[in-house]
Design a protein around this ligand. Sequence first.
Ligand code: SF4
Ligand code: SF4
Length: 241
Amino acid sequence: MKGISDHLEIKNCQVIEISDLCGCAVEKPDEIRKLFNGSDDFLIIACYPRSVSLLLGKCGIEIKSLNLNYINFRELNNIQIFKEIDTFLESEEGSRKPDYLSYNNEWPSWFPIIDNSRCNSCGQCSDFCLFGVYEKIDNKVVVVNPKGCKYNCPACARICPQIAIIFPKYEHSGAIAGSETFDELAEQRRQNSDIDTILGTNIYKALEMRKAKRQSIIRSTAMQQAIVEREKALAEKNPNQ
Ligand code: SF4
Ligand code: SF4
């Protein structure tokens, strides 16, 4: 992004820099919402617009009420990006007032987002995930525990029958990374083969087994927590032991 920052600086325009939209969408949704408060036109330089708009929606931003323009830096080179910035700025006036929202944490902010325009609430992802990232609430599957997601594991996206799960930080291009222009048939073929590889031929049995395994993980975690709590309580009661 260095070349892009330099170009924006030369252009003397107002810039809001968000160091990690994924991380900020989970940790600082209110602050992100405040940044988009107003009726300005925005030019967003980030990854796939589909991912970005879903992340902004996750922060409670009414995407439809804003004039958002996107530049996807995953698919354009710097020369193309500068050209698009210049075209956008031709209609914009303003002085540079940098704003910076950063997210610095150990957590790599790797988690799934669901494109509700595609999801049919089948629940396959929540049955599949061993770490309680998803939950079915009022017949709708939602991401309730993004931090539970295992870094670099996009497995649930690979088996989603609706191709509705996005990992914005997925290193490859295509539907899982949030691309809006993908070959539906090719993705279906990819998904069928991924299901065979990941779940085998009896999907329902495999999902049932994963569900049982998740419950056993939850039980054992709860048990460990109870033991820790009990030991803590005993140590407080008998401090000299
Ligand atoms: S597997 Fe896909 S379609 Fe099914 S609930 Fe999950 S996100 Fe929605
Ligand atoms: S990627 Fe893996 S850990 Fe993350 S939500 Fe999907 S199944 Fe769960």
